[in-house]
Design a binder for this molecule. Structure first.
Ligand code: BTN
Length: 269
């Protein structure tokens, strides 16, 4: 089935926003084509102190993924979303925010009737083990504050096998998950804003604590045999979960339970 294009529309998105999001929202920029929504916001907020600015695009020519990877961003169907916020405190005060955003995305998709979702540390959105979305957080600022945070979310809503051919892992889109009845795109974006923006606005006060239970309930790696790649190093272990500050805990056998702050996890065959 060919799904008609539903282009992003600021008025429609705003009409679905809840007061808890509207109170924090600034400008919404929507581009047909841009290098990267994260990069756009980085320049937009470089000289300002504005929070709650959102950038969306129909396509990205240089979409950025984690670990220097490219985020495949064809026109008109997926979601490429970035949100900027400035906190008075330093980066340490917003650590773990990427995990909290993962929880917010799961909440938004669950509200839209999507089930079987999971989180893969630190913040991949999976469906039945396949990648549905990813989050890229970029933090800048002084150690003592203020700091600026750009939260980028890419979500596959509809992508052909040809468009996704370059993706080097199993992936899925909402169209496949919902058997061609994926949510209206502007409504999907509004629901994502409703769940993420209030969280971001409060995060320097709440921290990760209120999101830990939900994160752990969605953790789809626990008990799995994995390899953690940190730079050139590979650490094998069984995932024991995440610590209260959002770090991954691996049972490494002889070396016991170890906690790591960064790295890429791959499932051990
Ligand atoms: C990942 O590698 O899993 C993170 C992907 C993040 C992609 C999004 S798309 C919107 C925003 N703009 C970017 O350039 N990247 C993020």
């Amino acid at each position: 089935m060919v799904r008609p294009l539903e282009l992003l529309d600021e008025d429609i998105i705003r009409s679905h926003l809840k007061p808890r999001a509207l109170e924090h929202i600034g400008a919404i920029y929507i581009h047909d084509r841009i290098d990267s929504t994260n990069c756009f916001l980085r320049s937009a907020i470089a000289e300002s102190e504005v929070s709650g600015i959102i950038c969306l695009a129909e396509s990205q020519t240089a979409g950025k993924g984690r670990s220097g990877r490219r985020w495949i961003s064809p026109f008109g169907h997926n979601v490429y979303f970035s949100l900027a916020w400035q906190y008075p405190s330093g980066p340490a005060n917003v650590s773990g925010i990427s995990l909290a955003i993962g929880v917010a995305v799961i909440r938004a998709l669950t509200l839209l009737g999507i089930s079987d979702l999971g989180l893969k540390w630190p913040n991949d959105i999976l469906w039945k083990g396949k990648k549905l979305g990813g989050i890229l957080i970029e933090v800048s600022g002084d150690i003592n504050g203020p700091c600026k945070v750009i939260i980028g979310l890419g979500l596959n809503t509809l992508m052909s096998r040809e468009e996704g051919a370059e993706i080097d892992q199993d992936w899925v889109d909402l169209e496949t998950i919902t058997h061609s009845s994926s949510p209206n795109r502007n409504y999907l974006v509004a629901t994502l804003i409703n769940e993420t923006l209030p969280l971001v606005a409060e995060y320097d006060k709440t921290g990760l604590d209120p999101f830990l239970v939900d994160w752990r309930n969605s953790d789809c790696m626990i008990g799995k045999s994995v390899v953690l790649h940190i730079g050139g190093q590979k650490i094998a272990g069984i995932v024991a979960g995440i610590s209260d500050d959002g770090l991954i805990q691996l049972d490494t056998g002889e070396n016991g339970l170890r906690t790591y702050a960064s790295g890429e996890v791959s499932f051990h065959p």
